[in-house]
Ligand binder design. Sequence first.
Ligand code: ADP
Ligand code: MG
Length: 240
Amino acid sequence: MNIHEYQGKAILRKYGVATPRGAMATTREEAEAVATELMGAGATGVVVKAQIHAGGRGKGGGVKLAKSAEEAADLAGKMLGMKLVTHQTGPEGRIVHRLLIEETLPIEKELYLGILVDRAEGKPVFMASAAGGMDIEQVASERPDEILKQYIDPGMGLEPFQARKIAFALGLKASQISAAVPFLIGLYRAFLETDAALVEINPFITCTDGRLFALDAKLTFDDNALFRHPDLKELRDVSE
Ligand code: ADP
Ligand code: MG
């Protein structure tokens, strides 16, 4: 089962994984109210993000930056109800019913993080790459050496030394390693405790002021384990 980005980010926050401030909106008015609140709380701009169960929204016109709440409202008005076509939706596209309005962050670098189960190894594998923000399938096929794979012992979980290894492989600065370790361990705990099949953060960003954020979030749950998670079942969007 797939969920929306805004729902995935709410789950990640419970595990101490930093995400941009923001909220979901289903109307132009709601979008304007969220943007007004964010700008009042110090955001320099907001991002209007279409919530559909497919990636590639940025290139397809489903992620737009606004400098003011009025501009965000206009963008929201245009995006709601539109048919968004991305390389993952197929030509029929998806109708946009929900938006995530969140603060714009000063991106320094876009990195990649992914956790999934490697069935051949019988273990979860944490994947990390400095080549974030782009199509990871393309990186995997053309430059596979740019993806670090860290296998995780299911009994031990992601250990701090492994988290440090991932952080160094991503080229994080010494001053960012101490924040990266609980971030990565939190991400793994979210994967484990929700019985996820996939947790993908693309991009995981560093900001010009040094902070780290999950800027996008894709969570897919194992349908066979959903009976253990009545709260997650509630997140299903039947229109998708
Ligand atoms: P998708 O993967 O569907 O294209 P993303 O959430 O990854 O959607 O957003 C696409 C791009 O938009 C990101 O790689 C980033 O460059 C930019 N972006 C997204 N959210 C923000 C934000 N809060 N602040 C600044 N830039 C953002
Ligand atoms: Mg993305």
